[in-house]
Design a protein around this ligand. Structure first.
Ligand SMILES: *Cc1c(COP(=O)(O)O)cnc(C)c1O
Length: 299
């Protein structure tokens, strides 16, 4: 599963003119089914489940969750049963979307619950009842969040030689687990971490930064103006951006996360946010399976 890091340099007149270097860490190429950060966040959960001899992995997600998709595949690959607890009981009777269709194909059992119950996913009593029902299982928080998930992300960055050459590492956020893991990985260097949330994470990021500062780690810089209306929102402007970006650089962003991050990055560069000679590493966290939930990039 783990491969050496692939880093591409972006070349364009636009970047030349602004005298910044943008490199892309191609975690979208990690694996055809488990792209990007999702594998890294699952890594130490799998290890824990192996060490404790559990036979089942359980986690939470929405109907389009890349995390659920990755868990279903990874679980199968490592010989675990998997259960996905999915937000929205009304979905149980409906035809599966591509994400959930795959998950079932990989052997995951889907358990659809109401939005009200889904809100309890961090509640210890609620988790205890799940654990009682499935005693031989590891319950993984939504998005692989927390120390265990962050530890795998530290490994993702650890593969890169010379990471301290970068002034900034940019990554998109849902739970912020990946961004926190990156901040932990570069804590002893001058490299700063910028996150572009794909949904409104104002409060989450305040909490995240409190936690980081307590660890003696620099807080994340966040650009909160590129959510495009919220999670899963994909207006025409963003769709055309993806098309143009792919044409110019031959790299396809995903519709939910990296499209917003790359849009934000190029926007800030055009505003002169970075001084001349700045080196930036953008983490392409994958998520390309998400395109199937949207119309393709047709002309
Ligand atoms: C899940 C996901 C993210 C967000 O990762 P978090 O660790 O939850 O912040 C970013 N990009 C892609 C493509 C994802 O699938």
């Amino acid at each position: 599963m783990e491969k050496p890091a692939i880093i591409d340099h972006l070349f364009s007149d636009f970047l030349k003119e602004h005298k910044v270097q943008v490199d892309i860490l191609r975690e979208d190429l990690l694996h055809p089914q488990i792209s990007g950060n999702k594998y890294w966040k699952l890594k130490y959960f799998i290890k824990e489940a192996q060490e404790k001899n559990y036979n089942t992995l359980i986690s939470f997600g929405g109907a389009y969750s890349n995390h659920i998709h990755a868990l279903a595949y990874t679980g199968k690959k490592f010989g675990f049963k998997t259960i996905g607890i999915i937000r929205g009981e009304e979905l149980a009777a409906k035809e599966r979307n591509p994400t959930l269709y795959d998950a079932e194909q990989y052997g995951m059992k889907l358990d659809f619950i109401s939005r009200k119950d889904y809100k309890m996913r961090f509640d210890t009593k609620f988790l205890d009842t799940i654990k009682k029902k499935h005693p031989n299982s590891l319950i993984i928080p939504e998005g692989g969040a927390g120390d265990t998930g962050e530890k795998g992300v530290v490994d993702m960055i650890g593969r890169i030689q010379n990471i301290s050459q970068y002034n900034y590492i940019l990554v998109c956020s849902g739970t912020s687990t990946t961004a926190i893991g990156i901040a932990k990985a570069v804590k002893d260097s001058e490299t700063k971490v910028i996150t572009v949330p794909a949904l409104n994470l104002r409060q989450t990021l305040l909490n995240v930064n409190d936690r980081l500062v307590k660890y003696g780690i620099d807080p994340l810089i966040s650009w909160q103006e590129y959510t495009f209306g919220g999670y899963g929102k994909f207006p025409d402007e963003l769709r055309s951006f993806c098309k143009d970006f792919q044409k110019e650089y031959n790299i396809l962003p995903d519709p939910v996360y990296t499209s917003k991050g790359l849009y934000g990055l190029l926007d800030k560069i055009s505003q002169g946010y970075f001084k001349k000679g700045t080196k930036i590493l953008f983490v392409h966290t994958g998520g390309l399976q998400g395109w199937r939930g949207y119309n393709k990039l047709s002309d």
